[in-house]
Design a protein around this ligand. Structure first.
Ligand code: ADP
Ligand code: MG
Length: 250
């Protein structure tokens, strides 16, 4: 029950477009589950529903035994359900060092709240080093590259003491060496009891990290299986090779 996510019969439409239909699956505490599917299959929408950024039309999402229906995003985050965005937007007026030091707290008036010691303490330096952000630690966060923004958003999410981490395409634009490091970091996080749901297209990454994969297509779940079984699933192969032409067998 603790840190487990239960998604039951979730539906979400934008006008006439039924993006999610009868989506049901659970993620157990400490499990790393990949959320896969072609572009436009509703993955980011589902993360937004789970994290309170979008209301579902029907169905329910419960986390650690609590119903999240109607709970606003900031309250969902306070429960430890923390998400990152596919295209992270970073503030102009804050540096990666300040964002990491602030963790999940509001950045407003932060420089006044955080003393020099907190900003330059060994813990913050260690996080910066772990995510290879040393060269950009003290420049405006908005000027980082796409991959660096991804790394920074994960570093900041982890500072917020997540119990459930929802990551939207965390490796996009990230150098392969750092992807390997990300696998290691996320495995450590999961083994400490944090539940992780990852939207990801990189199948090498998925095979290396996910215990299970849930595949969405046309708003429906078409597979819920171990990563190794994906290529044996005709609906999954059709969804990727038949329509989106994204190689899943590679
Ligand atoms: P994925 O992350 O799987 O690529 P998304 O969840 O971002 O897909 O989008 C699923 C579908 O919903 C797409 O067709 C997208 O254009 C549409 N969509 C997403 N957000 C909105 C929105 N706020 N308003 C209208 N349509 C949206
Ligand atoms: Mg998306």
């Amino acid at each position: 029950m603790a840190n487990s996510l239960k998604i039951k019969s979730v539906a979400k439409s934008f006008g006439a477009l039924n993006v999610l239909q009868d989506v049901t699956f659970d993620v157990e505490q400490g499990e790393i589950v990949g959320l896969l599917g072609p572009n436009g299959s509703g993955k980011s929408t589902l993360l937004s529903v789970i994290s309170g950024f979008l209301p579902e039309d029907s169905g329910s999402v419960s986390f650690a035994g609590r119903e999240m229906l109607g709970v606003p995003a900031h309250k969902v985050a306070q429960q430890g359900l923390i998400r990152t965005f596919q295209l992270p937007s970073m503030p102009h007026r804050m540096t990666p060092r300040e964002l990491i030091a602030a963790g999940a707290r509001s950045g407003r008036g932060l420089r006044n709240l955080l003393g020099r010691a907190a900003l330059h303490g060994p813990e913050v330096d260690a996080v910066i080093a772990r995510f290879a952000l040393e060269p950009v630690a003290d420049i405006p966060a908005s000027s980082l590259s796409g991959g660096q923004k991804k790394l920074l958003s994960i570093a900041v999410a982890l500072q917020g003491n997540p119990r459930l981490l929802c990551l939207d395409e965390p490796t996009a634009g990230v150098h392969p060496n750092l992807r390997a490091r990300m696998v290691q970091i996320l495995q450590e996080v999961a083994s400490s009891g944090v539940t992780i749901l990852i939207v990801e297209h990189d199948m090498h990454f998925v095979r290396g990290i996910c215990d299970r994969c849930v595949v969405l297509d046309g708003g429906h779940i078409i597979a819920d299986c171990a990563p190794d079984q994906l290529t044996e699933n005709e609906r999954v192969v059709e969804a990727y090779l038949g329509k989106a032409k994204v190689g899943i067998a590679a």
